[in-house]
Design a protein around this ligand. Structure first.
Ligand code: PHE
Length: 488
């Protein structure tokens, strides 16, 4: 409708000088006219020039007075024509704002005598404010002085009106031609592509938003953690073996064979193949001996160590199994200090709930060097967690079969206003390091934490099943921001 009107008008006339007037004359909505002009301009049917006009519109208060009368007139009318009215009685008759503004304006206009008693000083008043407001509301211009006084009383505000003047463009036609947007097989077969007019290619169009390839929050946090480790000079350990033998997962770590973690209630054992094919025999002998009778200053556990237990295959319960293998390989070479890390999946036969899954990810870091102390461990942990935005740490003595001393790590969570446990750490026992073949003064400090815990804190997720597993909330995966580290 608007489009036909514009094109038809331009067929007979040079230009539409003002889209606002044009719309008003034809009874069209100006917004519709503007949209059509923009579209016709895009295809160069018309040329369009911006026009701007400053206009005045009523504020909410202005609209109220245009309908109900100005406060000063409302107040004047509430004063009896003869005699007077006590001020507090008059106050009760009017809205508080109307009374307050009415008093000051009617006083200034010398319409009423103000005092404890209020009386009229003139016979009649005219509501000039209301008349001016109605005039502005209808789109008429008013005198500069009047504008200033209504503006000062915040009854009108300025608004910029935008429209166009329009003339014929280089592609002008009285009717819009249908342009083809696609060249189809049918066009080619029929040969009508020769006559078709194609829509110009828009190289500035943004295109469809890319839908695939959203990174999971765990992957994003993992990448950021990996960068932190690399910046701190750590090397990544190969963690691509989910299946591990009990030997590397438990025995090497001086974890006794009766330990409850080695029960099938806590660990997934493999049925097929149920046992490992190969273990380093000489080393197995040393591990067996340290479990049974100790050595290297230890009394051992004093039980019958069974090879069948060590042979059992399982899904690794911690990435410390990988650390065992890496440390053993390191101990076989001439000693050189090392910093290792890993971030990968581990498995525990646990009841699934809001905060636990049967598989999750562990982050693990270790430093191996001569003469390291607990102070070094505390220092490295402060450095590491500060890079995660956690600068307030506390440590609590703990127990792990493979570390002595051991410490649980707590961080102060500003959001929750409390200390939350974020990881576990310690110094690997001589019972573990010496049978591997490390020199006596070599110490290994290490720590581990789950990847899920910091990710849930950083992304504000309170149910782990929304994050990982078959019930994962895909919308959440797509929407979440790329970087969340560095905040508490
Ligand atoms: N393996 C420990 C766990 O599963 C973490 C840890 C790693 C503790 C290294 C001490 C040293 O919780």
């Amino acid at each position: 409708m608007a489009e036909e009107a514009i094109l038809a008008y331009l067929e007979k006339n040079e230009q539409i000088s003002d889209s606002g007037n044009f719309a008003a004359e034809l009874g069209l909505d100006h917004n519709d006219v503007v949209n059509v002009i923009k579209s016709l301009h895009g295809f160069r049917y018309v040329d369009a020039q911006d026009i701007k006009r400053e206009t005045w519109v009523l504020t909410d208060e202005g609209r109220k007075y245009a309908a109900e009368g100005s406060p000063e007139v409302q107040l004047f009318l509430a004063v009896p024509p003869e005699g007077s009215i006590p001020k507090d009685e008059l106050q009760k008759k009017l809205a508080p704002a109307v009374f307050k503004i009415g008093c000051s304006q009617a006083g200034k206009n010398r319409w009423v005598e103000m005092g404890k008693q209020i009386s009229r000083k003139v016979q009649h008043v005219e509501d000039k404010v209301k008349d001016l407001l109605l005039w502005v509301q209808d789109g008429h211009a008013i005198e500069k002085d009047d504008i200033n006084s209504l503006k000062a009383r915040k009854l009108i505000v300025q608004q910029t009106w935008k429209g166009y003047s329009v003339s014929k463009g280089p592609n002008y036609a009285p009717k819009r031609k249908k342009v083809a947007t696609d060249l189809t097989r049918e066009n080619l077969q029929r040969g009508d592509w020769k006559e078709l007019e194609f829509k110009e290619y828009n190289f500035n169009a943004k295109g469809q938003p890319a839908e695939g390839g959203h990174l999971h929050p765990l992957l994003k946090v993992r990448k950021q953690l990996k960068d932190i480790f690399l910046q701190m000079g750590f090397e990544e350990m190969p963690t691509n073996n989910f299946v591990e033998s009990s030997f590397w997962n438990f025995d090497v770590l001086f974890q006794p064979q009766q330990h409850p973690a080695r029960d099938s209630h806590d660990t997934f054992f493999l049925e097929e193949p149920s046992t490992t094919r190969k273990l380093p025999e000489d080393y197995v002998e040393l591990v067996k001996r340290v479990h049974e009778s100790g050595g290297y200053g230890s009394r051992g556990y004093g039980y019958d160590w069974k090879r069948e237990e060590a042979d059992k295959n399982l899904l690794r319960t911690h990435t410390t199994a990988v650390s065992s293998r890496m440390l053993k390989a390191l101990a076989e070479k001439p000693f050189a200090p090392k910093k290792y890390f890993s971030i990968d999946r581990v498995f525990r036969n646990e009841a699934v709930d809001r905060t636990h899954l049967a598989e999750f990810h562990q982050i693990e870091g270790l430093v191996c060097d001569r003469g390291l102390t607990l102070g070094d461990l505390i220092g490295v942990l402060h450095d590491f967690f500060a890079r995660l935005g956690m600068s307030k740490l506390r440590f609590k003595p703990a127990y792990n079969p493979y570390t002595e001393p051991s410490m649980e790590i707590f961080s102060y969570h500003e959001g929750l206003g409390k200390w939350v446990e974020i990881g576990n750490s310690g110094m690997f026992r001589p019972e573990m390091l010496l049978p591997m073949g490390f020199p006596e003064d070599v110490r290994v400090i290490a720590w581990g934490l789950s990847l899920e815990r910091p990710t849930m804190i950083l992304y504000g997720i309170d149910n782990i099943r929304d994050l990982f597993g078959h019930k994962v909330d895909l919308g959440l995966i797509k929407r979440n921001p790329i970087c969340r580290l560095g905040m508490d």
